[in-house]
Design a protein around this ligand. Structure first.
Ligand code: HEM
Length: 184
């Protein structure tokens, strides 16, 4: 019997796959813009960042659609109201940022006239016009959204560890392991 107090396997898998990919995007994004980086390393990081970033966008859409059909299980009653509200708003922000960051990145690259190799190979046409002004605006949005994402992800990870190590209240095992154990 599955109870309704933990996440189902698809939600768990999407969570952990995207956790790895988003952290990799942040790391690659921060390293690839550093001055003095070896040119071929920089190119490889850019190709990785742009193409896997588009994959993150696709997964975020799948995840939002899944979440609409399968709402999150309610938090246990012992979690204080303000923490439940903080969790709710940070999850909302994470969903918004998982969409906004790749969209801004896409606009920055395509308006700037650069390739996104996987989309180009699939014959997907550019969905935005060439424009330096638009590319510059999207670059700023991408940068600021990236900073906000780092802050929210940091808080999210700290909260998760707090439940796992300090409170030991079973909240962490609602989402871990990535496949729901039989009978939970
Ligand atoms: C979840 C997805 C993504 C995350 C978390 C992310 C995060 C970041 C971060 C932290 C940076 C470094 C900040 C900076 O100096 O600008 C960056 C830079 C960059 N990102 Fe992303 N990114 C994502 C998706 C994308 C996508 C889909 C594209 C393009 C298809 C893209 C294109 C770029 C580019 C071109 C830069 C270099 C800065 C610039 O010149 O505009 N990003 N990203």
């Amino acid at each position: 019997m599955h109870d309704t107090l933990t996440y189902r396997t698809p939600a768990r898998l999407l969570h952990w796959i995207m956790a790895v990919l988003v952290l990799a995007m942040i790391a690659a994004g921060l390293v690839m813009v550093r001055e003095g980086l070896d040119r071929s390393v920089q190119n490889a990081l850019f190709i990785f960042h742009k193409n896997v970033g588009i994959l993150v966008l696709g997964l975020a859409v799948v995840r939002l659609l899944y979440r609409r059909r399968h709402p999150a299980p309610p938090l246990p009653a012992h979690v204080p109201d303000w923490q439940a509200r903080a969790a709710h708003f940070s999850h909302l922000a994470l969903y918004g940022l998982m969409i906004a960051l790749p969209v801004a990145g896409y606009i920055r690259v395509k308006a700037g006239g650069f390739p996104i190799e996987a989309l180009d190979a699939l014959g997907v046409p550019a969905l935005v016009p060439r424009s330096e002004a638009l590319a510059e605006l999207a670059k700023q949005v991408h940068y600021i959204a990236g900073l906000v994402l780092c802050a929210v992800v940091g808080a999210h990870i700290l909260a998760g560890f707090h439940h796992l190590v300090v409170r030991r209240d079973g909240v962490f095992s609602r989402i871990w392991p990535p496949v729901r154990p039989h009978g939970r």
